[in-house]
Write a protein of this length. Structure first.
Length: 431
């Protein structure tokens, strides 16, 4: 049998995930070494605050004050970056590590979605690995599936629930009949959301993941053009209306490739109650892709948290320990292509539109005429007056219409004196 190789590991960033990983690697050292036919040792760790209380035992010889010193040490083979953020220390560390021919494992979606092309080029040039399974959907092994398990497939679409925080918020509002503000606070209290959950709620987190997945699916360079909408405008009334109409609301990320263009988008979406994705609740993630010859493929699992992220990090570490030098984005940078961006305005959707109007004669007919004038066909209308108010709610479900025509319709409506507040638009996914 081939003699076992030996790898020295340095972990930079000792928050919840870094500390969990440190303990997991030490506890499972023998079984991981046997499975990978390679031995390893955590030789160094580094973090911003050495004196912070952590549930780990670090030897004095393991601690390195200046994290950048690690990239020059001869006895470091793999650097695990768990600092976070696209700029600052994380960027400096990963660029420097790859330039100094160190393998890098990271959970940093922001860094990869912004600088992944440059980093992949450096990794390829220096024949080292840049691994980022943990950057997308935590414990859902979608990156390795795309690189290896689904390598035979030509993929045309990938979409799904890529953020556990927003999914928890929307499914909890539905199940517990709570409002948005109350549910966000519950998520923070339970540790499902950061004290500032803006990147999860505004769709930026999902957008970073969509960019990475698009690049892997379509063998392309990272495309920064993406339509992003978050969930902060979804309220309990929308949740109730969706249920009445046979839908659930989910924050979905999409990437579609057709007619030579990639269409990337993130937005709250109505999905049929009978659909698979409607049943993905709490902090779970789900990835759905269409490919040939596999057809429709679905992977789901825990999307975040120390245990799920550690599962992905260990998978990447194991890949390196097995001696596989791979291209970060599956193929050589020289063979990746630049794909033009498509604009969401040219896509066709059925839509949910909610209007708050003055409760008076002739408003509904005036509204439907504006839809007709803008070539948007109405499939269903629900009108109900608000109790003790001189206003009504009008819910309109449209037939499939061009997004630009729907936006034009809403732009016309908002100027009318009978419209009390800005119209609400949620797209419908019928897949």
């Amino acid at each position: 049998m081939q003699k076992k190789k030996f790898f020295n590991i340095a972990i930079v960033g000792l928050g919840n995930i870094g500390s969990y990983l440190f303990n997991f690697l030490n506890k499972n050292k023998n079984i991981l070494s046997n499975k990978n036919n390679s031995n390893f040792n955590i030789v160094y760790v580094s973090a911003k605050n050495k004196n912070k209380k952590r549930n780990i035992k670090v030897k004095k010889t393991q601690w390195v004050k200046n994290y950048l010193d690690l990239v020059k040490k001869d006895n470091v083979d793999i650097i695990i970056e768990l600092i976070g953020g696209a700029e600052g220390p994380a960027k400096k560390l990963v660029f420097s590590a790859l330039k100094n021919k160190k393998h890098v494992v990271t959970a940093n979606k922001s860094l990869i979605s912004k600088y992944g092309d440059q980093l992949a080029n450096i990794a390829e040039k220096n024949k080292v690995n840049l691994e980022f399974e943990a950057a997308v959907c935590g414990g859902v092994p979608i990156i390795r599936s795309l690189k290896e398990g689904l390598i035979a497939n030509k993929i045309s679409r990938i979409f799904g629930i890529f953020n556990g925080t927003s999914n928890y918020v929307l499914s909890s509002m539905d199940a517990n009949k709570t409002n948005y503000k109350e549910t966000i606070q519950n998520a923070i209290n339970l540790g499902y959301a950061e004290s500032n959950p803006s990147s999860d709620i505004n769709g930026e987190d999902v957008a970073a993941k969509v960019k990475i997945l698009s690049s892997l699916c379509f063998n392309s360079f990272l495309n920064q053009k993406i339509h992003i909408e978050g969930i902060k405008d979804v309220d309990d009334e929308d949740i109730k209306n969706a249920n009445k109409l046979g839908y659930k609301i989910k924050l979905l990320g999409f990437s579609d490739y057709f007619q030579g263009k990639v269409y990337q988008r993130v937005h709250p979406t109505l999905v049929k109650k009978s659909s698979y994705i409607a049943g993905i609740n709490g902090v779970l993630n789900a990835v759905i892709l269409d490919g040939k010859p596999v057809g429709k493929n679905i992977i789901q699992g825990e999307g975040a948290g120390p245990s799920a992220t550690t599962s992905a990090l260990v998978s990447d570490i194991s890949s390196i320990m097995r001696g596989n030098i791979k291209f970060p984005f599956s193929i050589s940078n020289s063979k990746r292509k630049k794909i033009s961006s498509g604009d969401i305005s040219k896509l066709y959707f059925s839509s949910y539109i909610r209007l708050k109007v003055k409760d008076k004669y002739g408003v509904l007919s005036a509204v439907t005429k504006i839809f007709s004038d803008n070539k948007v066909s109405i499939k269903r209308v629900l009108q109900s007056p608000y109790k003790n108010k001189n206003s009504s709610s009008i819910i309109i479900i449209t037939h499939s219409s061009r997004d630009s025509d729907i936006k034009k319709t809403l732009k016309t409506l908002v100027k009318k004196s009978y419209i009390i507040q800005k119209p609400k638009l949620l797209r419908i996914e019928n897949d």
